[in-house]
Design a protein around this ligand. Structure first.
Ligand code: NAP
Length: 248
């Protein structure tokens, strides 16, 4: 990745689903994109290939966002691309164990919080160090993927997931205040039910059909909102959560 550019944006969990759509959209917007993944190297490679074939700039970087050492190494690699980091999209997330609270396994709960809450915090920590005007950077934008579940408490048997997304919304608001004077904006997007592997359960489609617009969202419809929040068109927008849900 090099040449005259708009800078680099790092997108976590970009090997498929919403993250892949965000990476593709940001490459179209002119950013160099770091396509992060944890397991799905093939998916990440194909996202990078599609971006390159369309004339964009992207590189795949493996890191489990729940692992502090791997996150640090990922940001070091991103810093070596020769473009300043101007954005972080905290998209990687897990749905956790689908079960009533009474049956939740402690190890699954801990892993869920580590991935959905600690992961975005670790990535934000490194992105702030790279982008903050206090640390010699030129500022930037952080967008966190929350969920309608974080506002409503979510669906039965997915309560821990909803709790992690509520935490993401709180982290967004608090962090936005903390770094506002360092040239960094922090916002979140709360999707409703979006057509990805995460929502592959038949019940998800049925619930989407009862929403005002009567359908699931497409990953690209979430990517469009993220694109705006990353861009300078949202230059006076920080600490906000944008619902992208077809009306619910
Ligand atoms: P998805 O299809 O399950 O994809 C998840 C992505 O995250 C994959 O690229 C996966 O890559 C990556 N990932 C998972 N754990 C990771 C980890 N520990 N470190 C790095 N990458 C990791 O999910 P999605 O539906 O696109 O959801 C994306 C985000 O939107 C999530 O935060 C989700 O909670 C949120 N969201 C989704 C919906 C929906 O209806 N789909 C609704 C509201 C909010 P690997 O396989 O390589 O690990």
């Amino acid at each position: 990745m090099g040449g005259m550019t708009n800078g680099t944006v790092l997108v976590t969990g970009a090997s498929r689903g919403i993250g892949a759509a965000i990476a593709t959209r940001l490459a179209q917007d002119g950013y160099g994109v770091v396509v992060n993944y944890a397991q799905d190297a093939e998916g990440a490679t194909s996202v990078v290939r599609e971006i390159s074939q369309a004339g964009g700039r992207a590189a795949a970087v493996q890191a489990d966002v729940a692992d502090a050492g791997q996150v640090a190494a990922m940001f070091e690699k991103a810093g070596a691309f020769g473009e300043p980091l101007v954005g972080l999209v905290n998209n990687a997330g897990s749905i956790g164990q689908e079960a009533p609270m009474a049956d939740q396994r402690p190890d699954a709960l801990a892993r869920l919080v580590q991935t959905n809450v600690v992961g975005p915090a670790l990535c934000a920590k490194h992105a702030i160090r790279a982008m903050s005007t206090k640390h010699g950077g030129t500022g930037g934008s952080i967008v966190n993927l929350a969920s309608v579940a974080g506002h409503t408490g979510g669906l039965p048997h997915l309560v821990p997931y909803a709790a992690t997304k509520g935490a993401v919304i709180a982290m967004t608001k608090g962090l936005a205040s903390e770094v506002a004077e360092e040239g960094i904006r922090v916002n979140s997007v709360s999707p409703g039910i979006i057509d990805t592997e995460m929502s592959a359960r038949p019940s998800a489609r049925q619930i989407a059909e009862t929403s005002p617009m009567g359908r699931m969202g497409h990953p690209g419809e979430v990517a469009a909102a993220v694109s705006w929040l990353v861009s300078n068109n949202a230059s006076f927008v920080t600490g906000t959560d944008l619902t992208v849900s077809g009306g619910r």
